[in-house]
Design a protein around this ligand. Structure first.
Ligand code: C2E
Ligand code: CA
Ligand code: CA
Length: 618
């Protein structure tokens, strides 16, 4: 009668399950299982070999076999004739070789095993729940023989226990993947990133750079093309980052990634990698029927130069990214110390303007736009001013950096529109001719499609005709406005049909080529002050002004020269045929009451001068 193994096997089972529950490592459990199996079957030498996902042998535990044997079989692909274990894994069934010296399965490996005094090998597959062979459990014998009944019982139990250990290990790996990897892209997540940063910082001689990467316009992609495209864009960018920087790219969340650049000691070295990443984004890709051009913006820091702890490095990299988003979208900006100052300045301007808006301390001032000889008021430009508690007045240029904040800009326009409308109503009521009032708009005013409604609610509601308004927009508003491309153009076209005029502000400061002039629906061009400043000093500026005046005459657009400070400038402009001017020479921006006095002094009450007419068809 065979010996009864049930009690010792029961104890083995308890011991292994306890080890699993207490979180023992997979390898330690395999080792324990082998040792216990060898204790129960003293004639056997036990080994557990894992099968890698690509079908290769990966010894896990073999406490009684020499390391060189395990090393020798590591990486051998499984197959129909690969010893006992490789064959068992391949066939998915147990393989008994009673004599390794003659069995053809062992021919190539015979010389590895016989010197160890082992003559037979019996291997059983260990399968996962879905039937895949994840490992093999092998018994080697010193004599040419097969397993006994007792040994079969032992191996049955061990195979079962080890399959539980494997499932447990897989579950843990899945949990680990969930905790440390981003599901959408497969990249390490923020938590892994923190670990990776830590590892680098505690290294003996830390030398690395950090790039933070932000996908431009992900929200727009999501909103206009759907989440499939948004997710596709994220995955595409992730893939390209991982190609350029293998094992070094992480997804921090949303549209934000980080890339750790090892062995990097200065900004030149970091810049090389940053450039490679930008280049990697230059090809379009297809997703869900759309052709998408991925675009990213990046900021970067170098350990030791821009900080030597994780928080500071990350913060400075974010500063650089933030700055890049403001000034160089689609490009890379390395961190510099004075970035902190300029960002801090913008933050403080945002706070100032935000508070002023909350407390209704923002008011419109008005600066006259005159016929170039100074004889006739052609209109006024409204300019935002902030009243401080001490009575001081801040000009818009003192909070200019805050105007690029979309929410601030939107609220600013709202409060300005209401007050400008009220002032215009009271001038009309007093019979004062006001003609045109220029209103400065920002990109944010075009994000929601309600500009028309906002204007008519502010002006038509109090009986001020829209034809009295000139909307001043810079080319950035045209170029950066919400897509599709011509949305801003469309909104302005509709408003022009209602009689509103449009002025292209700060002309000459941006990249606007003259072709833009023809494409943009504008009635008035405002030549930037910088040209007027230099006009009498340098020839190129004078030429630009001349050219513009010439061109605008041909396009039947009005030209206003901005920032005229001297009589000489005004005379020069008059000679060149410029009809309208604005600047301290004609009058500084003043509040509504002073504006009333200005109009009365200049025109008298109800002076009926014909308004600036629009010649271009809307
Ligand atoms: P802008 O639209 O180009 O306005 C003209 C700026 O030049 C004004 O500065 C005005 O005070 C100044 N200026 C006028 N004549 C002269 C001159 O002869 N010499 C000099 N040195 N400066 C002159 P301000 O009021 O500080 O406004 C700065 C900018 O802020 C404006 O430039 C405009 O872009 C923006 N802004 C002003 N008010 C508003 C507003 O209500 N909404 C929006 N979105 N932006 C505004
Ligand atoms: Ca303006
Ligand atoms: Ca301007």
């Amino acid at each position: 009668m065979p010996p009864q193994p049930s009690f010792p096997l029961h104890a083995l089972q308890t011991e292994i399950l306890e080890a699993l529950v207490t979180g023992e490592r997979f390898e330690a459990i395999a080792d324990l299982l082998c040792r216990r199996a060898e204790q129960l079957a003293p004639e056997a030498v036990c080994s557990i070999v894992a099968i890698s996902p690509d079908g290769r042998l990966a010894p896990v535990a073999a406490p009684s076999l020499p390391q060189h044997y395990s090393d020798a079989i590591t990486g051998i692909p499984i197959g129909p004739d690969v010893g006992s274990c490789g064959t068992a894994a391949f066939l998915g069934q147990a393989v008994e070789v009673h004599d390794v010296s003659t069995d053809p399965l062992w021919t190539p490996y015979r010389d590895l095993i016989t010197p160890l005094g082992l003559m037979a090998c019996w291997s059983s597959p260990i399968k996962t729940r879905d039937g895949r062979v994840a490992a093999t459990f092998g018994f080697y014998y010193r004599t040419k023989r097969g397993p006994t009944e007792l040994e079969r019982a032992i191996v049955n139990t061990c195979v079962h226990l080890f399959s539980i250990a494997i499932e447990h290990d897989h579950a843990q790996q899945r949990n680990h993947a969930l905790a440390y990897f981003d599901q959408l892209t497969g990249l390490p997540n923020r938590r892994s990133f923190d670990d990776m940063m830590f590892e680098r910082i505690v290294a003996d001689d830390p030398a690395f750079g950090l790039l933070v990467v932000d996908i431009d316009n992900l929200k727009i992609a999501n909103d206009t093309m759907g989440h499939v495209v948004g997710d596709g864009l994220i995955q595409e960018v992730a893939g390209r980052l991982a190609d350029v920087a293998p094992n070094a790219a992480c997804r921090l969340g949303g549209d934000e990634f980080a890339v750790l650049v090892d062995a990097c000691r200065n900004h030149n070295e970091l810049g090389v990698v940053a450039d490679a990443i930008i280049r990697a984004m230059s090809e379009p890709f297809d997703c869900d029927g759309y052709t998408i051009m991925p675009q990213i913006t990046m900021g970067g820091v170098v350990y030791g130069i821009d900080g030597n702890n994780a928080d500071l490095l990350r913060q400075n990299a974010d500063f650089a990214l933030y700055h890049a988003k403001e000034i160089r979208r689609g490009a890379y900006v390395p961190f510099e110390k004075n970035l902190r100052t300029s960002i801090a300045l913008r933050m403080s301007q945002i706070r100032t303007l935000d508070q002023a808006l909350n407390e209704r301390r923002v008011i419109p001032f008005y600066q006259p736009v005159m016929s170039i000889d100074g004889g006739v008021i052609e209109g006024f430009e409204s300019l935002a001013r902030i009243r401080l508690d001490n009575g001081e007045i801040l000009s818009a240029s003192q909070v200019q950096a805050a105007l690029s904040d979309p929410s601030i800009a939107f609220r600013l326009t709202d409060q300005m529109l209401k007050q400008i409308a009220a002032n215009m109503r009271s001038w009309l009521d007093r019979g004062l001719s006001i003609r045109h009032i220029g209103i400065n708009l920002s990109t944010a005013d075009f994000y929601r499609s309600d500009l028309e409604r906002r204007l008519s609610e502010a002006f038509e509601a109090v009986g001020v005709p829209l034809k009295n308004l000139i909307l001043e927009v810079t080319e950035t508003v045209f170029l950066d406005g919400p897509g599709p491309d011509d949305k801003v153009v469309g909104v302005l076209q509709r408003l022009r049909q209602k009689g509103v005029m449009v002025a292209l502000d700060d002309f000459g400061t941006g990249f606007a080529s003259l072709t833009h002039l023809i494409r943009f629906p504008v009635d008035v061009i405002k030549i930037d002050r910088s040209f007027i400043d230099r006009m009498l000093l340098d020839r190129p500026s004078r030429l630009v002004v001349e050219l513009l005046l010439d061109l605008s005459r041909k396009l039947e657009m009005r030209v206003v020269a901005e920032g005229i400070e001297t009589q000489a400038q005004a005379e020069w402009l008059a000679e060149l045929g410029c009809q309208y001017g604005q600047g301290y020479f004609f009058g500084r921006p003043i509040d509504a009451a002073a504006t009333t006095r200005f109009i009365v002094a200049k025109n008298g009450v109800d002076a009926r001068t014909p308004p600036l007419s629009r010649k271009r068809p809307a």
